[in-house]
Structure formats: C-alpha cells, structure tokens
Design a protein around this ligand. Structure first.
Ligand code: FE2
Length: 425
C-alpha cells in the first residue's frame, strides 16, 4: 500500500470496506445486458458491517444484502442488520427450508427471505455452542455436515444433520490442541479437518489469529458416520488453510483442494493434498501459485471430483490485515487453464456464487454471481457471468442504488427454496 493511500482509518472502515448505516429497500434496479429469465431467485451475501469503534473487520456485526431476480428483472435489493446480541457476519446458507446466517464462534441465526431475523437456530438444542460458517451441503443426500470448535473442550465436535434439519450424528474428536479452524472438507464417505499451527489470538486485534511453531500440522480424516476412534491422521508441512475448494475420493486416496499459505498473513495459493488411506501418507503440490481465495465450486460437485473452481485474486495483505481483490478466475483442474475476468483497475470483485442453469446439467452449465465493488466505495453492482465464457462480457450487470461493503460469503436461494415465514407454523 502506498503512502498516498494511507489514511488514519483502518482498512475495515474505508474504501470498499466502509460500512453502510442505512437499511434500504430498492425496487426495479437498472440492468445492463440481459438478465436470464430462468435465473429466478435471490442472491444473498453476508459480511461484517463494523461500527466506528469496532476493533477489527472480523468483529463487525453481520449485515445481509440480497438481490431478488424474477422474470428477467432485478426486482428488489434489500440490506438488513442481523438482529441479536451478536450478529453472525461470515456466511449465509440455505438448508432444510431455512436461511441461516453463520459465524464460527456462535450458533446460527435464522432469517427470512426478506432478511428479517427469526432467532437462534440450534437444531432443536443439538448444537449447544457454535457452528462453522462453512458447513457442507451434500448434493446426494441433502445432509448438512458441519463442526463446532472452541478454545475449551470439547475442542472439536463433528455433526451430521439430515435433509430435514435434524442432527443424526455427533462425534467429539480429540484433536489435542485448540487450533483455529475456519473451514473443513467432505467427500462422499469422509469428513476432513485441518488441525494446523494457527491458534486463536486476541479477537480485538486486527488479525485475531497467530502462528504457533510448536504445533504440528495435521489433517484428520473421519468416516461420515465415524467417531473419534475412527480418525486417521496425516502429517503435512506447516501451513494454514483459509478455505476449502473441494475434496473427493480417488480410490483409496482423498484428494483435497484448498487455498493454503505457509504462514498466517501470507498469500494463499491453490494446493492439492493427496491423503493415502492405505499408507497413511500425505503428499501435496501447488497447482496455481497466484494469491487466490474465496474459492467456490458448483453445488452439485461438493464431495465429488470437480473440474472447475471459481476464485478471486487478491493483492498482498496490508499491515493491518487489509487486502484488495483484483480479478476473478475460473480454474480448470484438468487442463490447468485459468480463465480470467478482469473488472478493471477501479474494481474489487467479491466471491463468486455458482448457480446451475438446470438441475442435472454439466458442471459449468451455470452462472457465476458476484458483487463487484468500486475500490473507493462509491458504487456496487451484482455481476452475472456465464461460467462457460468466464472472460466474456457479463451476461448482465445490476446497478445498485446504494453501495454494498466488500464482504464475505453468500448463497443463492432458488425461487421456491424457502417457505415464507408466515407459512411456517
Ligand atoms: Fe470463510
């Protein structure tokens, strides 16, 4: 970051990250290009919206932003604070006829499609403490696989919930050390956990995690129906994993693709780990050296071999933990080709959410939806790209009347995915 850019404000209060104060509801948004009529539903994204005195971006309270698409129109944009003593700020996931806002340190908060807070959702009391912000929805069974972790025992609890929202399996896993665990992975038969030399630090500091030289880097593999005694451990080189791309089984080997860095606050690159269940040995290789994060795959390939990942490229971290995004890419694991969408020097693209065009189509028969923010915080648009022609001009761009702060993760709610809250009882 150049001195010319320096201001007295930390990164999370200025530019594209600057919070918004008002809740808006805007109808009939301006569209450039042509919105596909069959793309009907709601794109929704979570992110921290820190107040002035917030010590860090990650401590900011969650605000949801939603854009409702219908019959080739951008019918409505809406943003709402999540209500309650601590508003989850990391992800928002549609599951079992519910929309759940998530942060890894707390239990989910359920909201309506209209973004009104319903309250804590704890799976009928089955989830007592917290839930990862990165659960995995199995496209084959409709199950939601997730975990809870914390600084005090039980350090890691693995959960499997059925398609109706009921927890059907719980296993406390003895990982020995309370590490920071932001994400995990699943395959058709296994869950995969990262027990890495990164510990939770002071949540009031700009970067609330710290490196621990004396903690070995290990990956734990447990059968989906497994318990602590079934865990297989794999030693890997010291590293930190920010986000999972995907994982799948290749015979007796679990292949794990993730964005990995050698230390905290260093650029993440796309890595492939191979965990051999026969020999108990792990190998790994860098598959793309660029500084990438926010990986997403098509929802239908979660836990199965994926060909494509959609990633956002970042620039080096600033000293206070800030960063800038530059471009979005589609990475092809078969050909190693990177297809780039460049939004221009003034733009900061967020995470791509992959929306299949049809229920059982090809993996890349899909749209990629993402917020693209002006770096100076002046404007935001929702951009729709054709996954097959990722570098082509956008299919459509929706120009929001208000701005949206750069944020974290989101999801797509097909038109009929949720009952209205009034229909629930
Ligand atoms: Fe995340």
């Amino acid at each position: 970051m150049s001195l010319a850019d320096a201001t007295s404000l930390p990164f999370h209060l200025r530019g594209a990250f600057a919070p918004v104060l008002e809740e808006r509801t805007d109808f009939e948004l301006e569209v450039t290009g042509e919105l596909p009529r069959e793309l009907a539903g709601t794109y929704v994204r979570n992110g921290p919206n820190p107040r002035r005195d917030s010590p860090s971006w990650f401590a900011g309270e969650g605000m949801l932003h939603a854009v409702h698409l219908e019959a080739g129109r951008a019918a409505c944009y809406k943003n709402r604070w999540i209500q309650g003593p601590y508003a989850p700020n990391t992800h928002v996931v549609a599951y079992a006829d519910r929309l759940l806002a998530l942060v890894e340190s707390r239990r989910p908060v359920e909201v309506t499609r209209e973004l009104e807070t319903i309250g804590v959702f704890d799976f009928d009391g089955a989830v007592a403490r917290s839930m990862t912000a990165h659960p995995k929805l199995c496209p084959h069974t409709g199950e939601l696989l997730f975990f809870s972790y914390g600084a005090t025992p039980p350090l890691l609890t693995y959960y499997r919930a059925d398609a109706s929202g009921r927890v059907v399996h719980t296993a406390e896993l003895d990982v020995g050390v309370a590490t920071f665990m932001h994400d995990f992975a699943v395959t058709r038969n296994y869950a995969v956990f990262y027990v890495l030399p990164v510990l939770l630090g002071d949540f009031r500091s700009p970067v609330p995690i710290r490196w621990a030289d004396d903690v070995p880097a290990r990956i734990a593999v447990v059968p989906r129906e497994g318990r602590n005694a079934d865990v297989r451990w794999f030693d890997v080189a010291p590293c930190t994993i920010s986000h999972t791309v995907n994982a799948f089984e290749d015979g007796d080997t679990i292949v794990l693709d993730a964005v990995r860095a050698p230390r905290v606050m260093q650029p993440h690159a796309l890595h492939r780990f191979r965990l051999d269940l026969q020999s108990g040995l792990a190998s790994e290789s860098e598959v793309c050296p660029r500084f990438l994060d926010f990986p997403r795959v098509a929802p239908g390939v979660v836990g199965a071999r994926q060909r494509y990942a959609y990633v956002t490229e970042l620039l080096d971290f600033t000293r206070d933990g800030g960063f800038t995004s530059t471009r979005a890419h589609r990475y092809d694991f078969e050909t190693h080709a990177l297809v780039t969408h460049d939004f221009g020097q003034a733009a900061m693209p967020g995470e791509c959410v992959v929306v299949p065009r049809t229920e059982r189509g090809a993996e890349d028969d899909a749209w990629a939806l993402l917020f693209v923010h002006q770096r100076d915080g002046s404007a935001t648009k929702l951009v729709i790209l054709d996954a097959r022609r990722f570098d082509a001009p956008p299919v459509a761009e929706i120009h929001l009347r208000g701005r949206v702060p750069f944020g974290l993760h989101g999801d797509w709610l097909p038109k009929k995915a949720l009952r209205e809250s009034a229909d629930r009882e």
